[in-house]
Design a protein around this ligand. Structure first.
Ligand code: V1P
Ligand code: CA
Ligand code: ZN
Length: 408
């Protein structure tokens, strides 16, 4: 038939609820949930559903979300919509979460860094509450699948929202599904390794576990001035010297790999494989959570790396090769067609079908809803050679220095 087979020796599960797709963060907002529609259609188009167990995710409960987030924040998120926002803002219960106004603020901020102003990182939009609890529910279902031994690898491309804090939304992230997943994994596994290949620093996850030796966080990210304006690349944290909260038992259990713009496949492979393998050898985790933000790909609308899908996928294969229970999550990714290509390819790698996907997307197999015709698959290639449009600022000696510095 289509050549797709179930993997031998391990079980993969795929967790998703199409309810996350129809969301719209706002006209100019880079986060496009329809990239998840494209991903789903590619995965189904190639027949990868036959290689894994697929589950429709249920929304997370408020209790589940309270395992990390402030109860006031959870209630607010459950109730919030563009219609209820103003009334909720006036509720005395939420006053203490409204930040003081600063001069030159471009957006009006309500409580928890939420806003209805156009241009806000964390806007309040229609259906938002449903969206948040659905992507979180999918991550928790995937986690449960690992905890019960029903899957060896569990995937949720709609999750991986690494910037959310205990009582604050940040950088397009509202509920930190990753922190919730790791908290669940800690019930069974003594040590969990979190790896983050999104182009942004996984600050929310690092912060949540900065005092915790049972979780090691390892983020690879663009770090440094954004452009001529000198603004820092978001979120501005994740220096090489940041290794966990000093003076606590969590110190030395956070690792950061700050990377200049334009890093290429060879350089990224060198950093990722040498540092990740040393972290695993030293820490000996019993489970791994891998955030696969696709904004580290070349040609991303927000990212500044020049990584191809092939290398992005090799990070997934490298982690899978460790043979530990593995939770695979999405994250950023702002050039939708490339996000779908990468995550479909990585679904294939997880199920040992990496060699079974032809470079040419079998368009006849891909159901294309009217809205996405033409735009969905652009140049029709699964492995496009990205234009190397970011100046490579990587000094080889500095890359080598980072690898040495992070050995202990
Ligand atoms: O740079 C900022 C903030 C807004 N300024 C006050 C500084 N925000 C970034 C947020 C990037 C979030 C990435 C999330 C993830 O890691 C995980 C899902 O990928 C930002 C950017 C930017 N170019 O970095 N916000 C926006 N662009 C933005 C643009 C248009 C409308 C709304 C937000
Ligand atoms: Ca990262
Ligand atoms: Zn990102």
């Amino acid at each position: 038939s289509n050549g797709i087979t179930r993997p031998k020796g391990h079980t993969v599960s795929f967790h998703y609820n199409s309810g996350v797709e129809d969301m719209h963060f706002g006209k100019t907002h880079p986060m496009k949930p329809w990239r998840l529609t494209l991903t789903k259609h590619l995965v189904l188009g190639y027949g990868l559903q036959y290689a894994m167990d697929t589950y429709v995710a249920m929304p997370a409960s408020k209790d589940q979300v309270r395992a990390f987030h402030d109860p006031d924040y959870v209630d607010f998120l459950k109730e919030v919509s563009p219609q209820t926002f103003e009334t909720l803002c006036e509720n005395p219960r939420y006053q203490r979460f409204i930040p003081p106004k600063h001069e030159g603020d471009t957006v009006d901020l309500g409580p928890f860094n939420l806003s209805t102003s156009p241009g806000a990182d964390c806007p309040v939009f229609d259906g938002m509450s449903e969206y948040l609890f659905l992507y979180t529910g999918a991550t928790l279902a995937a986690t449960n699948q690992l905890l019960t031994g029903q899957s060896d690898i569990a995937i949720n491309w709609s999750g991986g929202l690494h910037h959310a804090h205990k009582s604050e939304a940040s950088g397009f992230c509202y509920i930190n599904d990753i922190v919730l997943a790791i908290l669940d994994l800690l019930h069974l596994y003594p040590r969990v390794l979190y790896i983050d290949i999104d182009v942004h620093h996984g600050d929310g996850v690092e912060e949540a576990f900065q005092r915790q030796p049972r979780v090691m966080t390892l983020s690879y990210h663009r770090y440094g001035p954004y452009d001529e304006t000198g603004h820092k690349f978001f979120p501005g944290t994740g220096d090489l010297a940041d290794t966990g909260l000093k003076g606590t038992i969590g110190e030395h259990f956070a690792l950061n790999v700050p990377i200049p713009s334009g890093i290429d496949d060879r350089q990224y492979k060198y950093l990722f494989e040498s540092i990740t393998s040393r972290a695993i050898d030293a820490y000996k985790p019993k489970a791994i959570v891998l955030q696969c933000g696709a904004d580290s790909l070349g040609g991303d609308r927000l990212g500044q790396f020049n990584i191809n899908i092939k290398q992005h996928g090799e990070c997934v294969s490298f982690v899978k090769k460790q043979g530990l229970p593995l939770l695979i999550l999405g994250g950023g990714g702002y050039t939708a067609r490339n996000v779908a290509r990468a995550w479909c390819h990585e679904t294939a790698l997880a199920t040992d079908n990496g060699a079974n996907l032809p470079d040419r997307i079998p368009l006849d197999l891909v159901p294309r809803p009217q809205a996405f015709t033409g735009r969905a698959h652009g140049d029709g290639m699964l492995f496009p050679k990205f234009q190397r449009d970011h100046k490579n600022d990587c000094v080889e000696a500095d890359l080598e220095y980072m690898v040495k510095r992070l050995e202990w």
